[in-house]
Design a protein around this ligand. Sequence first.
Ligand SMILES: *Cc1c(COP(=O)(O)O)cnc(C)c1O
Length: 395
Amino acid sequence: MTQQRKMIPIAKPTLDERETEAASKVILSGWLTQGPQVAAFEKEFAEVVGAPYACAVSNCTTALHLALLAVGVGQGDEVITVSHSFIATASVIRYCGATPVFVDIEQGGFNIDVQLIERAITPKTKAILCVHQLGMPCDLRKIVEIGKVHKIPVVEDAACAIGSEIQWGVEWHKIGKPHGDIACFSFHPRKILTTGDGGMITTGSKELDAKVRLWRQHSMNVPDTVRHGSAQVIFENYPEVGFNYRMTDVQAAIGREQLKRLPEILEHRRRIARAYAQRLRNIPGLGIPSEPAWARTNWQSYCVKLPAGADQRAVMQSMLDNGVSTRRGVMCAHREPSYPAGTYRAASHLSRSEAAQENCIILPLYGQMTEAEVNTVAEALEYALANAKPAALSA
Ligand SMILES: *Cc1c(COP(=O)(O)O)cnc(C)c1O
């Protein structure tokens, strides 16, 4: 018997006519790629996060690639980061011809264990690439301190962290306000705001901004926007090898509408996260995420640790059978076939990273989600924990 049932998805972007109208205006304007909309989006994004410079690019992976190149990462260098992240975090290091040096994540959370960073440093270390995993700020204050002491630049993978905040002295700062050298954001539909695909690079350094801005458009020294508006004939040249990592004006126009929704999106996600915490608190052995006193997450993902002995795949399958979509915990790059021995260095055990991948699941959380749906998810999880058995045993 097939049953029509309403699925609760893992995520769903918040989009309506505001975005479609903004995009259609750009299409009808005749200027589709990087132009005035990109410039306006950059200015508005910089204001929202409190950064002097923001440079839009095609996605966060290209943003991270340019950021690492800009701080000087090259062939034979090392970059300290986590394996426990989306694969792009480690792969961009290899784009530069450098080696990812992995350290484990912290106890009880999904961010880099800052205690392990210093002993991973060698004379080849050219950057620390820290991740604000699932939107939860990592201990940036400590990481920036280590960077200063050892004169190593800090690049923030803030793909998931638009709108997340960190306490700095008596103030709260949005992630992207420069504390590290460069921060990179994603506008993939699975993140907080979306432009389909898209990325943003923020920095406090005029020099770093100038580099990434040049490289994202083939290192063309006179952009086509300038040539187009000029009454004089201008010949451009290409002082360095660059990339085509542009964002289009269609995407930027969508992004500008998305940015206006940020406060309401954050408020809603925080309300849903509170409802989850309240509802899940009574499930024995379940680990629920929490913010350190100095951080406010945007709850890009709500990731719980299953009770000891629960079978991750069986729990997820049972929940799916009951109409609730989930995802396993964050992946570990070092366990993928594209990371054979010799392509990275493990500077510590990675046991907490591996355990988090195996024992955690991500629950649905999105803009239109209701508290009734939170309850449906919780019931499906309770049912799964009580009934789901590993496939091998029940077969
Ligand atoms: C999504 C994500 C990326 C990649 O972002 P894209 O915009 O899809 O390239 C990089 N790092 C982390 C931690 C991510 O979650």
